[in-house]
Design a protein around this ligand. Sequence first.
Ligand code: BGC
Length: 417
Amino acid sequence: MVGIIGKKAALTAALLATTSLAQAAEVEVLHWWTSGGEAAALNVLKEDLAGQNIGWVDMPVAGGGGESAMTTLRARVTSGDAPTAVQMLGFDILDWAEEGALANLDAVAAEEGWDKVVPAALQAFAKHDGHWISAPVNVHSTNWVWANKALLDELGIAQPTNWDEFVAALQAVKDAGKTALAHGGQAWQDATMFDGVILSVGGVDFYTKAFIDLDPAALGSDQMVEAFNRMATLRSFVDDNFSGRDWNLASAMVINGEAGFQIMGDWAKGEFINAGKVPGQDFLCFRVPGSDGAVSFNSDQFAMFSVKDEGAQGAQGEMARAIMSPSFQSAFNTVKGSVPARTDVPNDAFDACGKQGMADLAAAAESGKLVGSVAHGHANRAAVKNAIYDVVTAHFNGEYDATTAVEELVNAVEAAQ
Ligand code: BGC
């Protein structure tokens, strides 16, 4: 009799332990994936984790580029209530690591062999002092153009291969009474276009000197004047209601044929496929003309904040492991519009734009033409990034002419360092 009661008690205790473990295996995820395409991709992650009994507490903070999400994060951490997992970009990850706020993911990284499969350009942001501090979920790139194929066909416009052809194509769409360039007037979107424009003006060398080395001569050069002139040209092709528009609504204008083109990172592709559109058939994707093989990249990573609770620590490790699995990287990135953050994922499941994205990334890494996106925090710390945003946006909105913008840029970047 006693034996049976003892067994029962042990069983109950075991069940309780399992239940509390299951409850503790939960991650609170702060992210800014709130558009239709982004939400579809996020669901792939949620479902993957649910399949492994990891609970999901959603903490969405709308706002492309993640500026608002980072403000919310700072407030949460300051009040002693950091979320367990946070979508983060580039230098922001390193800043939090320097503050000692991030968990160490070395154990799972070693078990899964991350060192061998994550490209060096991503490791630069996923490791701090030799320790893994975040799990890269993808690689996006910013110097893309998205076009409505039916509209281009109707107007007899071929895919532009250089800057002048691009401007002529924009003009032809404008002449036909449509919006040539779908754009949302928000600082991060202006800056995203600027990434591609800089590459189109002076390639990787100019981009690196100006925005990675922050060389005042390059920042103040005639090439930079030309870059701002090109931004003014682009400004002449947006519609009257561009101010403040969200990026996904600009994508929708291209999707529904109201506009010809959008210059935006490949998260825009997530919107096209979420709307049932097919690359090559309904829309075109091509690099900002003049990019010449260069790719300005950004990688969404999940940084895990240090937590005391062992259950939560376990869930963080499992989430990191799940994110980095090759099958998840394929399933997620085909929906998100990005490409895998590891070099050993087959491209079979990817559409034409995805295959091009993977090939471009590998070729750019090989030829030294892979550069961190200025707009998405992979070229500079936030202070410098924001200084660049301010000048680019003020110029785009007509506050400065190109020459003044260049002077302001030199001064703002110097002051921000
Ligand atoms: C992120 C993307 C996101 C985009 C728009 C970028 O900074 O890397 O994942 O889709 O912002 O929200």
